[in-house]
Design a protein. Structure first.
Length: 478
């Protein structure tokens, strides 16, 4: 009998047990095999430290228990040996609809706790008084000589689930990224103290002894975001912000949800706000992709044609007409101000009225608002082009190319070729990675990318080496 020991109520790996004469017990029972170290009571599970066992190949899970704050990790402690990979480790980032906002990225896995070291109430444990929310967490994978971080977030909580069969605590861990932190931050104007107050003073008339900040003058969208992040204490090492193309109106801020306000800036710019795999907040201005090689040039081609040398996918989801993306009635406006509208009656007659209205945005000019309406109608009033919405692959099938591919960030450009049933014309398109989902049991990994069609518009750029040299990198389009 492997791991010979007593039969007791604990341990992993259930085995059916038969009676002495080979007759099954009635009713059928499940028993567990455990070892009994010298001097230990019968039926008590052996508390073997899993950290002594080899880590699951490739993947590493680390937590900084002694972090000074969410932006200043201390020592990174490898807890991979405590992760139950049979229950899967899941990473999610991005969005499934190219017109939606990017939600906070998530990492989910389960810790198996043999000795209550991950129990916040165990004050004798190695992490006593350190098991609190928002401890920095990162998940990485080693391939060859390279280590790549796939998730950098913060543990949301430490829920305890006692497994009565296995006699261990199982702790479902869920981490979120910096976007979730911003959602809980307030930005408010100061309460001014006014001289000539009827109760407090009569020294002067209407003089305010306070700067009613945070006040922002008219500025570009990127400058507004950077200024707000600085104001609430986000280190500059934790965000990378494009300058922005839209100019925002002057504004006194008063919000209990900074993320919601940043979403309004994102929508005004028609940009993209997200957190990358390394935990850095990114703000991409519209058309900024044209200046980023990973977004402007395809990095890898996937195909189902066994005769070519391209990377292989397991499955691809295709929509010829995606009704979820159709827009034919768009309204934009500012809070308490004017509104503008663009419609496409041909599209309405074909698909019915499919509208999108945002009237709390931050346009400094309603001409900019009208340009956005027109641009959205131009892109989404019809959906004649073939769209691949989702692509799935297994990196183990082509390690040299596909383990590198799972390091691609949101926005990376790829090419997809698909010939349904091997018959007829091959469908080919370029797409941006719009969402990422990775599921692994430590040995086998499945990657699913949500895709967004690359903008088909041909933009004319000033200072182009062939076309013009009038200015520096200004795009003549919305």
């Amino acid at each position: 009998m492997p791991n010979a020991g007593a039969i007791g109520a604990g341990g992993y790996g259930t085995q059916p047990y038969a009676g002495a004469a080979g007759t099954p017990l009635v009713p059928p029972l499940t028993v567990f095999l455990i070892g009994i170290p010298s001097g230990q009571a019968f039926g008590t599970p052996s508390l073997v430290d899993p950290s002594a066992a080899p880590a699951t190949p490739g993947w590493k899970v680390e937590i900084s228990f002694d972090a000074i704050d969410i932006f200043t990790p201390g020592t990174w402690t490898d807890i991979t040996a405590y992760v139950d990979f049979d229950a899967k480790l899941r990473l999610r980032a991005g969005r499934t609809d190219e017109r939606a906002v990017v939600e906070p990225s998530e990492c989910e896995f389960t810790i198996v706790d043999h000795d209550r070291r991950f129990d916040p109430t165990n004050l004798a444990g190695p992490y006593a008084n350190q098991l609190i929310p928002r401890r920095p967490l990162r998940v990485s994978r080693v391939h060859g000589a390279m280590t790549h971080v796939h998730c950098h977030g913060y543990v949301s909580r430490w829920p305890q689930r006692f497994d009565r069969q296995a006699r261990v605590n199982r702790i479902p861990i869920r981490s979120l990224d910096l976007l979730s932190v911003l959602a809980g931050m307030s930005v408010r104007a100061a309460d001014p103290f006014t001289l000539d107050d009827a109760v407090l003073s009569e020294l002067d008339v209407n003089m305010v002894l306070a700067d009613p900040r945070p006040y922002r003058d008219r500025e570009r969208s990127g400058a507004r975001i950077a200024g707000l992040l600085d104001e609430v204490g986000i280190p500059t090492t934790h965000y990378q912000v494009d300058p922005g193309m839209s100019v925002l109106l002057a504004h006194v801020l008063d919000t209990d949800d900074l993320l919601d306000y940043l979403r309004r800036i994102e929508a005004t710019e028609l940009g993209l706000l997200f957190v990358n795999m390394a935990g850095i907040l990114q703000f991409h201005e519209r058309l900024g992709w044209s200046q980023r090689p990973l977004e402007s040039v395809s990095q890898l081609t996937f195909s189902d044609n066994l005769a070519d040398a391209n990377a292989r996918y397991v499955d691809v989801e295709r929509d010829d007409v995606d009704i979820r993306l159709i827009l034919n009635d768009v309204t934009r406006g500012v809070t308490g101000g004017d509104e503008v509208r663009a419609i496409d009656r041909t599209s309405i007659a074909k698909f019915g009225e499919l509208g999108d209205s945002k009237t709390d945005l931050l346009f400094d000019s309603m001409l900019d608002a009208q340009d956005q309406c027109d641009a959205l109608i131009d892109r989404y009033a019809d959906s004649a082009a073939t769209r691949f919405r989702r692509l799935i692959f297994h990196p183990e099938s082509d390690p040299d190319r596909l383990w590198n591919a799972i390091t691609y960030e949101l926005g990376t450009r790829i090419t997809v070729k698909h010939q349904p049933g091997g018959v007829g014309t091959e469908l080919v398109g370029d797409f941006w990675i719009d969402g990422i989902e990775i599921v692994t049991d430590g040995l086998n990994t499945e990657v699913a990318w949500s895709l967004a069609a690359v903008d088909p518009t041909d933009y004319f750029t000033l200072d182009d080496a062939v076309l013009s040299e009038l200015d520096d990198e200004n795009v003549l389009a919305y």
